[in-house]
Design a protein around this ligand. Structure first.
Ligand code: SF4
Length: 374
């Protein structure tokens, strides 16, 4: 049995998913193959062409997947990560986006904003805490649009985090990607007052640091607004880290606009960048516009990657000689710090959150010594 959950956010994601399906079909011709996720929703024909015997299941049918295998859905606690205290958990709190960024296909696939009930999220958090999960990462397409009204009580993202942090246990909470307009002072205050239980780490998609490009992208903020929110965050969390997504080679982006964007990001001193090469997504506005040549897109992506490399190096060097608290990963041979550094340790980290002192760098990767017995 094989279930493949696909992504379609870029052309590269499509290619990888289709290659995986062809590989599974070739190597395991007798496997019962079910394909779901955003590519299955957007382009079921492409999926069937790559894997003719697969059962293709769109978002609405996901709950039926266990039944396709003749199984009943597992109870919630069975979905917990192996409770060895060395696995971070990803807690989906929200789904869908109703914005209209010119390059993005997500609103055509998941157009409805859905926020999961507070009670359900609290129950999962209690179960994670009881299982010894050290870190819970809150996920959603538009995390900052989390909003529930249950029994007359309104709960937004900050309100939800407050409730989750009331759950007893030695765990912390991390935000995944958040739009800059959702990065509120209230969240920053919460981060400052949480004593490390809400990680001082933000990933705020920038996409471009040039207003003209942002406007064509149909992003709804300016570079200056972004800068002011980043400054407010850093004032509230001076030791926190800031990461961003950027798109290299957006249609009609001139050399000067690319340089302006790169210069903006350089000034902002991000701790790391996720660089996406622009790829046209069917049905989006930008797919009709003239994209720079492959050569230009590659050169711009390379310039962004060089900046990313520099900034990640600076982030790692800043940690040397300082304490960090690690959530174990990779069977405890390394861990993820509160400010999202991967730190290698001598030996093996024990269960749960572990304080370490970062002692040096090995091949650019921070190395550390645990301060408590593990
Ligand atoms: S905010 Fe824009 S980029 Fe993000 S999911 Fe929505 S449409 Fe896509």
């Amino acid at each position: 049995m094989c279930v493949v959950n696909t992504c379609t956010v870029t052309a590269e994601a499509d290619r990888e998913a289709l290659a995986l399906l062809r590989r599974v079909t070739r190597r395991n011709p007798a496997a019962r193959l079910v394909v779901t996720g955003c590519l299955a929703e957007r382009a079921p024909d492409l999926v069937r062409a790559a894997a003719p015997h697969a059962t293709v299941v769109g978002h609405a049918g996901k709950a039926s997947i266990p039944a396709l295998f003749g199984c009943a859905p597992a109870p919630a606690e069975a979905a917990l990560p192996a409770s060895n205290g060395r696995s971070r958990a990803f807690l989906k709190i929200q789904d869908g986006c109703n914005m209209a960024c010119a390059y993005c296909t997500i609103p055509s696939i998941r157009p409805t904003l859905v926020s999961l009930p507070v009670a359900e999220l609290l129950e999962k958090t209690r179960a994670y805490a009881a299982a010894g999960v050290p870190e819970i990462v809150l996920c959603g397409v538009r995390l900052g649009r989390y909003l529930r009204r249950d029994a007359g009580t309104r709960t937004d993202l900050a309100g939800l985090i407050e409730r989750l942090l009331e759950v007893p246990g030695n765990f912390r909470v991390r935000l995944s990607s958040l739009e800059v307009t959702d990065a509120t002072d209230r969240l920053f205050t919460l981060m400052r007052g949480a004593g490390g239980r809400l990680c001082p780490h933000l990933h705020l998609p920038l996409q471009s640091g040039c207003d003209a490009t942002l406007k064509r992208m149909k992003r709804w903020y300016t570079a200056d607004f972004y800068r002011r929110r980043a400054d407010a965050y850093r004032a509230a969390a001076p030791d926190g880290s800031l990461f961003a997504d950027v798109i290299a080679g957006f249609p009609e982006e001139t050399d000067a606009e690319h340089e302006e964007s790169l210069g903006f990001a350089r000034d902002l001193q991000f701790d790391g960048l996720h660089v996406f090469r622009y790829s046209p997504r069917p049905g989006t506005a930008a797919a009709r516009w003239k994209a720079p040549s492959e050569r230009v897109v590659s050169a711009r992506a390379q310039a962004w990657r060089t900046l990313d490399f520099e900034r990640r190096g600076a982030h790692a060097r800043r940690a040397v000689g300082r304490p960090r608290v690690l959530a174990p990963a990779l069977d405890g041979r390394e861990g993820v710090s509160e400010d999202f550094l991967t730190v290698r340790v001598d030996g093996v980290l024990g269960r749960g959150l572990t304080p370490v002192r970062v002692t040096g760098l090995a091949g650019g990767v921070p190395t550390g010594t645990a301060r408590t017995a593990v």
